[in-house]
Design a protein around this ligand. Structure first.
Ligand code: SF4
Length: 372
C-alpha cells in the first residue's frame, strides 16, 4: 500500500498506581524516569529508518501518557516529524487520566500538537470507580473534559467499562447518559475481563460481577442508548459522532501499516508483525529499539476475516476474493447467522449486528473454517 498514510503508536508505560484489573505493561515511576524515557523514545524514533514515509496518525497510549510533560510530548512529536512525513491534518491522540491534568497542562498539550484526547473515565458512578481502584471520581472526570474543551479540544473520547463489580443495567445507563451530556465526540466501551495474575483474579471479584447474560444485556442496552444519543457504532467497542471515528484505531482493523515505539508496543509494518520486548530498563539504555517478530503471523485471509468483522462496515466479498478467499463458501457458512439476526448482508458486505458482536469469536471461527 505505497500511498496510504501510516500510523505511529507511542507506548508510555507509566501509571500513578496500578489498577487492580489491569494487565497492560505499565509501572509506577517518578518524573525523572518519565523524562529519561521521553529521551529514549526520541533516540529510538530518530534512529528508525522510515525513508520519509507518510504518517497521518500518532497515538500516545499507555499506561498514562498524560503523566509526561507537554514539553517532552512536543519534542517527541518533533522527532516523529523529522523521521516521517507528518501530514498537516494528522490526528494526534493522547490518552489521559482525569486526575493527571488541569487546564494549564491541557492547554500546553494542545500547544504541543495534540488534537485528540482519550480520557480513561470508565464509569460515572463513584462506587464503581472506587471498586475499579481508579484515582478519580466522576466530578474530576467531568472537570477534565470541561477543561479540555476550554483548552480548545474538539475531538474528545472517553472510555467506559461494562461488567464491572456491582454495576447494574440502571447504573450503566446512567453512566452512558452522563458521559453523553459532556458533549464528547467518541466513546470506547470495553467489557471487563478478569485477567490471570491481576489483583482482580479472585473469587470476591468474580462473585460481584454480573453473569454473562446480564453483561450481554448491558452491551445491547449500551449500543441502543449510544445510538439514540447520536453515537454511531463503527466497531465492536467504539462509537462516534459522525466524522469522529478514531482514524488511528481504524488502521488496526483495516490492515494499514503502523509502527510502535516503546516497550510492549506492537507494529504492522511493510507486511510484517513485530513487537518491542516489555523491558523498560533495556529500552532506556538502547539507542535503537530492538524488535521481535510475532511468533505466528496469521494467514492474510484469516486476518482479514477477523479484523473486518470487528467493524460495522464488515467484510467485503470482493476483497475476500481478491486475497484468495471463497465468497460463496463464506456466504453459505454465514447464512445461519444471517437467519438468526447475528449478521447482515449489505450489497457486497457481510457485517455483524450487536447480537453478533457478542458471539463474534464463534462466528469468525466458523467463517474462517469455511475457507479451509
Ligand atoms: S491507568 Fe490504565 S494502564 Fe494504568 S494501571 Fe490503570 S488501567 Fe492500567
Amino acid at each position: 500500500m505505497p500511498n496510504i498514510a501510516k500510523g505511529v503508536y507511542i507506548h508510555v508505560p507509566f501509571c500513578r498506581r496500578k489498577c487492580p484489573y489491569c494487565d497492560f505493561y505499565s509501572v509506577v515511576a517518578d518524573d525523572e524516569t518519565i523524562h529519561n524515557y521521553a529521551l529514549a523514545l526520541i533516540r529510538n524514533i530518530l534512529s528508525f529508518n522510515a525513508c520519509g514515509e507518510k504518517v497521518d496518525t500518532v497515538y500516545f497510549g499507555g499506561g498514562t501518557p498524560s503523566l509526561m510533560s507537554p514539553e517532552d510530548v512536543a519534542k517527541i512529536l518533533y522527532a516523529v516529524s523529522h523521521t516521517f512525513t507528518l501530514c498537516n491534518n494528522a490526528e494526534i491522540t493522547l490518552e489521559a487520566n482525569p486526575c493527571t491534568v488541569d487546564l494549564n497542562k491541557l492547554c500546553a498539550f494542545k500547544q504541543a500538537g495534540i488534537n485528540r484526547l482519550s480520557f480513561g473515565v470508565q464509569s460515572a458512578n463513584n462506587n464503581e470507580l472506587s471498586r475499579l481502584g481508579r484515582l478519580h471520581d466522576f466530578s474530576q472526570a467531568e472537570l477534565a473534559v470541561i477543561n479540555a474543551q476550554n483548552a480548545g479540544f474538539t475531538n474528545i473520547s472517553c472510555d467506559l467499562m461494562i461488567g464491572t463489580p456491582n454495576q447494574t443495567l440502571a447504573s450503566l445507563k446512567e453512566s452512558v447518559h452522563r458521559l453523553a451530556s459532556l458533549k464528547i465526540q467518541h466513546i470506547s466501551a470495553y467489557m471487563l475481563k478478569i485477567e490471570e495474575g491481576t489483583a482482580y483474579d479472585c473469587d470476591s471479584v468474580r462473585n460481584s460481577v454480573a453473569d454473562d447474560d446480564t453483561v450481554s444485556d448491558m452491551y445491547l442496552l449500551m449500543c441502543r442508548e449510544l445510538e439514540s444519543l447520536g453515537y454511531k457504532q463503527y466497531e465492536i467497542s467504539n462509537f462516534a459522532a459522525k466524522g469522529y471515528e478514531s482514524r488511528h484505531n481504524l488502521k488496526y482493523w483495516q490492515g494499514t501499516d503502523y509502527i510502535g515505539f516503546g516497550p510492549a508496543a506492537h507494529s504492522f509494518w511493510h507486511g510484517k508483525r513485530f513487537y518491542v520486548p516489555a523491558d523498560l530498563k533495556s529500552y532506556l539504555s538502547s539507542s535503537a529499539q530492538i524488535t521481535v517478530a510475532e511468533d505466528e503471523a496469521p494467514d492474510p485471509l484469516e486476518e482479514y476475516i477477523m479484523l473486518s468483522l470487528r467493524l460495522c462496515s464488515g467484510l467485503s466479498l470482493k476483497k475476500l476474493s481478491s486475497i484468495g478467499g471463497n465468497p460463496k463458501a463464506l456466504l453459505n457458512a454465514a447464512q445461519p447467522f444471517i437467519n438468526g439476526g447475528f449478521a447482515n448482508v449489505n450489497g457486497d458486505s457481510i457485517c455483524l449486528t450487536p447480537n453478533g458482536f457478542l458471539v463474534s469469536n464463534q462466528i469468525i471461527l466458523k467463517l474462517i473454517m469455511s475457507q479451509l
